[in-house]
Design a protein around this ligand. Structure first.
Ligand code: FES
Length: 122
């Protein structure tokens, strides 16, 4: 795994989000309860930005478009495209369930770093 420095330490205050570009991919970084999480800024359902996605008390992020829910920790799908009612199920069937791509993060040497591996999308 290679570590890439993406932001200065302290660049994200509580609840703040920022999108950075790494190898031509947009990565969403967000602070939640003292931790920094990093994920591809593309919902696995239809690719929309998750920057405005709600973060729940359980540590999940909700896509603002069809309300799919993903674990910030693992990217696992908790709910797949449930919205809008009735139509959401049809929209969910457009694409099979896929987890959100999550990157490991660390704060070190005055910076925020994300880990990218040979099997990663970036
Ligand atoms: S684009 Fe995110 S749930 Fe459809």
């Amino acid at each position: 795994m290679n570590w890439v420095r993406v932001l200065d330490e302290g660049a994200l205050s509580a609840g703040e989000r920022q999108v950075v570009e790494v190898r031509e991919h947009k990565i969403l970084l967000l602070e939640h309860e003292g931790r920094v999480y990093a994920m591809l800024n593309a919902c696995p359902h239809m690719g929309v930005s998750l920057k405005r996605g709600k973060v729940t008390e359980d540590g999940d992020i909700v896509c603002p478009f069809h309300h799919s829910v993903f674990s910030l920790e693992t990217g696992a799908v908790k709910t797949w495209a449930p919205w809008p009612p009735v139509v959401g199920k049809l929209l969910g069937a457009v694409k099979p369930e896929n987890p959100l791509h999550i990157f490991p993060t660390k704060v070190e040497d005055g910076g925020i770093w994300i880990g990218v591996g040979i099997d990663d999308a970036v």
